[in-house]
Design a binder for this molecule. Structure first.
Ligand SMILES: Nc1ncnc2c1ncn2[C@@H]1O[C@H](COP(=O)(O)OP(=O)(O)OP(=O)(O)O)[C@@H](O)[C@H]1O
Length: 348
């Protein structure tokens, strides 16, 4: 690509990438405007800093012409001066739920490429993606961690554009004359995120005034710091609450099977929790410890009501029976200890 002065939007993207470029970089490029702008900036910055860099495009073969599109992306990347552009075809079985499975398969391939090169994996999520993620978390009602959105850096994954608007990456592509692919999923109203993008956020901006996306992205930043602190404190509380002596095996009764088939038996217990220590702790930390403990004990699909039910054995115990949880896990109080066990197999 001929060297010429960069436009203002391109400069902004380059600066954002520069701020997070520390070691070899693998850019994940779908061919959409965000990741093409990212890819250009990565090439610019890596050249200046002398960092190894490469790009990976994953073709899921989900849409007609996807292979041709992937090659078009590859051509543009080679013009940016990438020494190495990897095209990966990741076939999905036709009956696999397309989006979620494509995403899991994609991250596996992208992470593996980055690991092989001992590189950071740069992703093109923007400030608007972050705002959408926070709103989705809020609507799910699952607490401060889900309001924390995506981290700018987590493991190998680096998201340098979380402070950059999508409008800027789009303007960057226009400045550079790039051929952008518009993913039809992004405007398909069957997907929640697309409805949020097309209708909810614009309507919020319209009704509440401009700056809602920035405010949501700021919420993510603040919530992440809070969530990190709470997780750290909960980790310490968990260590203290599981440090004591462990109880003998626990007699559990499986409430999930009809009483005629129901039996009870002694089964191995997970680490027990010390109730007085947890009762004296802050509720925010206690809830986190209980949730983590339940997951460690094999429970699945834990909701707030399950955490509350277990919590009542700690702070409001008056001899209740055990609590039964999803994943056949059972919790029971024995003196000062709260023990849990995988649910018993019913006797026939
Ligand atoms: N097919 C692909 N090949 C390579 N990279 C991709 C591909 N699709 C997405 N990416 C990378 O992931 C970033 C986010 O894209 P998108 O929001 O569509 O994906 P996602 O995987 O659903 O991410 P998330 O759910 O974390 O928001 C893109 O900017 C790009 O860096």
């Amino acid at each position: 690509m001929a060297r010429k002065a960069l436009g203002p939007a391109t400069l902004q993207v380059v600066q954002a990438v520069r701020a997070m470029a520390e070691r070899p970089i693998v850019a994940a490029v779908s061919g959409g405007g965000d990741s093409l702008a990212l890819a250009f900036a990565v090439a610019e910055v890596a050249r200046k800093l002398g960092l190894d860099h490469s790009a990976v495009t994953v073709d899921h073969g989900l849409q007609a012409g996807s292979a041709e599109r992937a090659r078009l992306v590859q051509d543009q990347l080679l013009r940016f001066g990438y020494p190495d552009v990897v095209l990966r075809r990741v076939e999905l079985t036709p009956d696999a739920g397309p989006e979620a499975d494509a995403r899991t398969a994609r991250y596996r391939v992208l992470e593996a490429e980055a690991a092989e090169r001992n590189a950071d994996l740069f992703l093109g999520h923007t400030l608007d993606d972050q705002a959408e993620t926070v709103l989705l978390g809020l609507a799910r009602g699952s607490g401060v961690r889900s309001l924390a959105g995506m981290a700018p850096r987590s493991g190998r994954r680096v998201r340098p554009l979380l402070g950059v608007h999508r409008a800027t990456t789009q303007a960057c592509c226009v400045e550079l004359g790039l051929e952008v692919w518009n993913d039809p999923h992004n405007s398909d109203p069957r997907f929640t995120r697309s409805r949020l993008r097309q209708r909810v956020l614009p309507s919020l901006e319209n009704d509440l005034g401009p700056g809602v996306a920035e405010a949501l992205a700021r919420t993510a930043e603040l919530a992440r710091a809070d969530a990190d602190l709470l997780d750290r404190l909960a980790e310490e509380l968990h260590a203290a609450a599981t440090a004591g002596p462990q109880p003998p095996n626990l007699e559990v009764i499986n409430d999930e099977v009809p009483s005629a088939n129901r039996g009870s038996r002694k089964v191995p217990v997970g680490p027990a929790l010390n109730c007085p220590i947890l009762a004296a702790a802050e509720p925010a930390l206690r809830g986190r410890v209980i949730k983590r403990w339940l997951l460690d004990c094999g429970a699945r699909d834990i909701a707030l009501q399950h955490v509350r039910a277990v919590e009542s054995l700690i702070i409001d115990w008056h001899g209740q029976r055990q609590v039964q949880l999803p994943g056949m896990t059972v919790c029971r109080r024995a003196g000062d200890l709260l023990a849990s066990a995988a649910g018993s197999t019913p006797r026939r």
